[in-house]
Structures are given as structure tokens and as C-alpha cells.
Design a protein around this ligand. Structure first.
Ligand code: UDP
Length: 310
């Protein structure tokens, strides 16, 4: 079972699970996911879709081997738009899906985030770093929901003996990302394709490390199949400033969009880069797709989506 299975990451995960012969029950309330992300999967015999909000009681009939909890809006623009839903799916949704995993004797897999590290004072971020989060800031709704979900998952593991896995996901991009999700990669590519100004927030010196979605999902499956509880960082350790990202998007798309500077959002982390030593050691995993290649693939996808929408 994959919650958030119609979302950016969830839909790629459903596809990968079906591709290796697993049956998949996909739950989504379509608050940020979309049926277009999974339309090709309805023809697969092993695929079932249920429209459901996992912040309310969750049940699926029959045997379940794994519950993979990927439901949550995750873009900073969502933090202002739907803050209560984010807190509910991270808290109530995690509790409900843990309860289902316990009832079914299933393995529970939590999609956590590098946002648990907040604006990190340890760089690169290792899994043993406790983070630097502002609980009452605008990002707190997501960061604290995920920190709570990690705590709840470990409580079920320790108290109920539930078999669990926790992945901490760093910035991911690629096909089936929402063109209007407000993130740097999607904004910059769409702006470049349309010839609109590239909106850099702040001075553009803040850093992120971008992982292509196929690499990320391969990491999820490696962790799911491993004996390691986690948390495990899964992300690409190649770190770029946001200004460098803008230059790469312009170069790869051949766009001559100008750059426009806008104010930096509150509590925007100044740096982010995963230490993936643990993933390399215990999962034998590392990313393969470099940023330029991934941007080219994503730009091709956005070209098609924008052409359909216009
Ligand atoms: N950002 C930007 N322009 C945009 C969107 C984002 O400069 O149009 C910046 C944002 O302030 C942050 C970085 O890019 O410093 C990554 O933002 P994103 O929303 O992609 O992810 P997150 O902040 O969650 O890592």
C-alpha cells in the first residue's frame, strides 16, 4: 500500500513496485497528487486506486506486506496554503497508517525529509544530527509533522515491535513533478521555457542538492528490502547554489530568460547536502543521474505538459 500514491514521488514508487511484480494499492486524496500521474497504471492488473484522506481511519481488505506512507504536501508554497492538512497527514495520517501496518503485520515505511534538519548547523547532514528547526515558523508545519511522524514510527517500533523503515528524502526533481508546485527546479524550468524571468529568492547563495526521481525511488526500494530501520538519508550529495541551478537550467534549456531577485522566504535553509555514507554502506546505493541530465529530462516532460495545457 502506498499513501500519496498519485503524487510526484508516490506515483513513481507505485510504478517501480508494479514493475518488479508487486501488487499495489494506491491511496490519495488528490490534494496535491493527480490522476494524470497514475493514468497509465489503471490498466495494470496488480494496481488498485482508492481516493481517501489518510488523516481519517484507513482500512484496506486482504493481505498487506508493506505500508509506505508518502502522503503529504511537501512544497514550501503548500506550507502557507494548507498548513493544517500537512500537520494532520503527518500526525493523524502517520498514526492511522501505523495502526494499519500493525493490524496487518506489515512492514511500515515512512517518507521523512531533510527538513527534520531545519536550517542545519552541521554540514553535510548525517543521520545522527538532531537538527535546527523553528517550530513556530511557516516551515514548522511540515518539519514538525515529519519529526513527529519519525517519533511515532519509532514508538511503534520499540513499543509494538513493528517492523519499520525511515527514509529522509532530500530535494528530488524529475518527471511528474507539478509544473506549478513553486519549487526552484519546477519554477526555473517553466520560467526558462516560457521566456519569463527566473525568480531567485534572496542572493541565490543558499545551497541545495538535487536528486533525480529515478535514483531516489531506487533508494526507497533498497531501504524497503534491507534490514536497516534507519533513518537513512537518500539524496544526491552534489551541492549547488540556487544561482548555479538557475544558470544550469538556462544553459540546458537554451533559454535567454533574465534573472529577477525576490525576497528570501522566512527560515529558508542556507545550506543542505546529504551525507550518504550510511546509504552507500548499508544499501549499496548511490545516485547515478547528474543534474544537467536530470534537468534535460524534466524540461522535456514540462514541455509536453505545458503544450497540453495551452
Ligand atoms: N527558490 C528560488 N526561486 C524559486 C523557488 C525557490 O530561489 O522560484 C529557492 C528557495 O528559496 C530555496 C531553494 O530555492 O532556497 C529551494 O527551494 P525549493 O522550494 O525547491 O525547496 P526547499 O526550500 O524545500 O529545499
Amino acid at each position: 500500500m502506498v499513501t500519496g500514491g498519485a503524487g510526484f514521488l508516490g506515483s513513481s514508487l507505485c510504478r517501480a513496485l508494479l514493475g518488479r511484480g508487486d501488487e499495489v494499492v494506491c491511496l490519495d486524496n488528490l490534494i496535491t497528487g493527480s490522476l494524470e500521474n497514475i493514468e497509465d497504471l489503471f490498466a495494470e492488473p496488480g494496481f488498485t486506486y482508492v481516493e481517501h484522506d489518510v488523516s481519517t481511519y484507513v482500512w484496506v481488505p486482504g493481505r498487506v506486506d508493506a505500508v509506505m506512507h508518502f502522503a503529504s504536501p511537501a512544497s514550501p508554497v503548500d506550507f502557507e496554503r494548507i498548513p493544517i492538512q500537512i500537520l494532520k497527514v503527518g500526525s493523524l495520517g502517520t498514526h492511522n497508517t501505523l495502526g494499519l501496518a500493525k493490524a496487518k503485520g506489515a512492514r511500515f515505511f515512512l517518507a521523512s525529509t531533510s527538513e527534520v534538519y531545519g536550517d542545519p548547523q552541521v554540514h553535510p547532514q548525517t543521520e545522527d544530527y538532531w537538527g535546527h528547526v523553528n517550530p513556530i515558523g511557516p516551515r514548522g508545519v511540515y518539519d514538525e509533522a515529519k519529526r513527529f511522524s519519525e517519533a511515532m514510527t519509532m514508538a511503534y517500533h520499540r513499543f509494538h515491535g513493528l517492523d519499520v523503515r525511515i527514509v529522509r528524502i532530500f530535494n528530488v526533481f524529475g518527471v511528474r513533478m507539478r509544473p506549478d508546485d513553486g519549487r526552484a527546479v519546477s519554477n526555473f524550468i517553466v520560467q526558462a521555457l516560457r521566456g519569463d524571468p527566473i525568480t531567485i529568492y534572496g542572493d541565490g547563495k543558499q545551497t541545495r542538492s538535487f536528486c533525480y526521481v529515478d535514483d531516489e525511488v531506487r533508494g526507497f526500494l533498497a531501504l524497503l528490502d534491507s534490514d536497516h530501520v534507519g533513518p537513512v538519508n537518500i539524496g544526491n550529495p552534489d551541492e549547488y547554489t540556487i544561482a548555479e541551478l538557475a544558470d544550469i537550467v538556462l544553459e540546458v534549456t537554451g533559454s535567454s530568460s533574465p534573472v529577477a531577485h525576490h525576497p528570501l522566504p522566512v527560515d529558508d535553509p542556507t545550506q543542505r547536502r546529504p551525507d550518504i555514507g550510511l546509504a552507500r554502506r548499508v544499501l549499496d546505493w548511490e545516485p547515478e543521474v547528474d543534474l544537467r541530465d536530470g534537468i534535460a529530462r524534466t524540461a522535456e516532460y514540462f514541455r509536453q505538459v505545458l503544450a497540453l495545457g495551452s
